[in-house]
Design a protein around this ligand. Structure first.
Ligand SMILES: [Zn+2]
Length: 325
């Protein structure tokens, strides 16, 4: 009898133990949830599953877009419908636009260079740079031209810039191969921004900068320099696509991170497709709500974390990189 009651007590106690454990687990999850400041819509089980998958992943591909730099104050000039002053950005950011009015286009890019140089990388840039250090098999493909990943010390060998950089300039003369990395702000004295006016505001008249005062090639002298970014209608530079191709050819991909980009435009969308074919699970971090038409980006089994990348990305990567200050 005593044995029986002891057994019952033990059963009770083990049941109690289990309940305690469950409560403890729930508390842990709640604790985790409160410490990670994720949007309440984010499922904590998905977050935990993601963190586990990340830990065991060696080959990780990331596709980075404008949403990554949003918290650093870098404005998005979206291709379609984007305007700077009264000008359609698709006109400003085209080879035709540049040759038609290099003064205007250089003022636009000099302005963007200044904005990017005065901005700071945010916690998401820093978190991704740390991930690159922790995981040698991680490659980030960025669509951003602002140089903030570089500023966050993201290893250059683990960062491919498919749209170029505001801080690369090259000669417009195709026969001349001059190109350089240039962080001078303003790039030439004539492009000095007024101190008391924001030239992005169309209410202020924009002065004409004579062609002679625009950045010129130091090698062939007569030719203008141009921003080393991929303009509309231009292809991603071949060395970049080749290096990405080499990385992809190395085989299976464990995880694909899609951060701050709708990724419906090729070649960006193509990389997600390739990652899927190579068995990657896909995690999307974006401010915008899921778009039903965005089928390329999302499928069953994907993770979707909605919110500000600068908040979410450091939390998602925390298990591997530690806490980002
Ligand atoms: Zn030249």
């Amino acid at each position: 009898m005593a044995d029986k009651s002891a057994q019952a007590a033990s059963r009770k106690s083990s049941k109690f133990q289990k309940e305690l454990q469950d409560i403890h687990k729930k508390q842990q999850k709640r604790k985790l949830k409160s410490s990670i400041e994720l949007d309440p819509a984010i499922n904590i089980d998905e977050y935990t599953a993601f963190a586990e998958h990340l830990k065991s992943s060696t080959r990780i591909l990331a596709l980075l877009g404008a949403g990554l730099s949003a918290a650093s104050g870098i404005p998005t000039f979206r291709g379609a419908g984007g305007f700077w002053r009264e000008h359609d950005v698709t006109d400003l950011a085209s080879p035709e636009g540049f040759f038609k009015n290099p003064s205007l286009v250089w003022q636009f890019y000099n302005y963007r260079r200044h904005q990017a140089l005065t901005a700071m990388p945010n916690r998401a840039h820093i978190a991704l740079a740390k991930l690159a250090k922790q995981k040698p098999g991680f490659l980030a493909i960025t669509q951003n031209i602002d140089g903030l990943s570089e500023q966050a010390n993201h290893s250059p060998s683990q960062l491919e810039r498919i749209h170029g950089s505001l801080f690369e300039v090259r000669c417009t003369n195709k026969a001349c191969e001059f190109q350089e990395t240039n962080y001078t702000d303003p790039i030439v004295p004539a492009l000095q921004l007024p101190e008391d006016q924001d030239i992005g505001d169309a209410n202020f008249p924009l002065r004409e900068v004579p062609r002679a005062d625009l950045p010129h090639c130091p090698k062939c002298v007569d030719s203008l320099l141009r921003p080393g970014i991929v303009l509309f209608g231009e292809a991603v530079p071949q060395p970049v696509t080749e290096r990405i191709g080499e990385w992809l050819d190395k085989g299976q991909i464990d995880l694909m991170l899609v951060i701050g980009t709708t990724a419906i435009v090729y070649p960006a969308a193509g990389y997600i497709h390739i990652a899927r074919v190579n068995h990657a699970r896909v995690a999307v971090v974006d401010m915008e709500v899921k778009d039903g038409d965005d089928v390329q980006r999302e499928q069953d089994g994907d993770w979707f974390f909605q919110g500000d990348a600068s908040v979410i990305v450091p939390e998602l990567l925390k298990e591997v990189i530690g806490r980002v200050p």
